[in-house]
Ligand binder design. Structure first.
Ligand code: DGL
Length: 271
């Protein structure tokens, strides 16, 4: 089989790719960041769906048989339609998976009182996907969500370490706990947010366990590949990563190298 495709609106999916590579070092991956059109979090349902479908098709055309939407906004707004409506006509043997269900599956092990806080993009929050899916897995759990529209721009503009970020991190975290002080588990429902983790931990100050997605998605993918040998690959060699971006490659590689903690090179594609 070809490389495993990993898609995000920008750099955030690299936090997922990094963990997947640690778990599956023998696999080849193809990462696609739609950096020229990020962020997706404030875009309409139709536009996120249209952009995500274009990206999935581009990865399929380049040999991927399995694509991970390493973006909560795309998983919330486009995954189901692509799986149910588009895949049967494009190629029923190909697969597209998201990041929301692998995250939710973990909550039962972490939460004691069933009060779950969700921090995510405006698009993910307004879709209600986390609330709906959590209710299916854990009907007694209660969810409180807060959209964090400033967090992705802080990360995309490399300001996540800067002093300006503290203000916006505290603002959203504190407003969530003001609404529900009993939250014991906090989901970072956006793949960009792990870059803000030190500041989020400081703002949460031990009030809740914080769930990031990279490890959970990596474990879930490894399990999926064990259960679907038709999607499996020859893993006897060191795997490779091909990086694609819709932005200028020089702009992408600088930031991507920070996310991946190693130098990367990229090519530009049009969607
Ligand atoms: N990283 C994406 C997510 O997980 C979204 C970022 C964006 O707004 O484009 O939702």
């Amino acid at each position: 089989m070809g490389p495993i495709g990993v898609f995000d609106s920008g750099y955030g999916g690299l936090t997922i790719l990094r963990e997947i590579r640690r778990s599956l070092p023998g696999y080849d991956f193809m990462y696609l960041g739609d950096n020229a059109r990020a962020p997706y979090g404030t875009r309409s349902f139709d536009v996120v769906y249209e952009f995500t479908l274009q990206a999935v098709k581009a990865l399929f055309e380049r040999g991927c048989r399995l694509v991970i939407l390493a973006c909560n906004t795309a998983s919330a707004k486009a995954l189901r339609t692509i799986q149910q409506r588009d895949l049967p006509s494009i190629d029923p043997s190909r697969r597209v998976l998201g990041v929301i269900v692998p995250t939710i599956e973990k909550l039962g092990e972490v939460s004691s009182n069933g009060n779950i806080g969700i921090l995510a993009t405006p698009g993910t929050v307004s879709s209600g996907t986390y609330d709906i899916e959590i209710a299916k897995f854990f009907p007694r759990f209660r969810t409180v969500s807060r959209a964090c529209p400033m967090w992705v721009p802080l990360v995309e503009n490399c300001e996540h370490d800067g002093p300006g970020a503290d203000y916006f991190v505290e603002k959203y975290v504190n407003s969530l706990f003001e609404e529900e002080p009993e939250i014991d588990t906090l989901v970072l429902g956006c793949t960009h947010y792990p870059l803000l983790l030190p500041k989020i931990e400081k703002a949460v100050a031990g009030r809740a366990a914080i769930i990031t997605q990279g490890r959970l998605v990596a474990d879930s993918l490894a399990d999926y590949l064990r259960r679907h040998p038709d999607m499996d690959a020859d893993c006897s060699k060191e795997g490779t990563v091909t990086y694609l971006t819709t932005e200028h490659p020089d702009k992408f590689t600088g930031m991507a190298s920070i996310f991946m903690e190693q130098p990367v090179s990229a090519s530009r594609i049009e969607l």
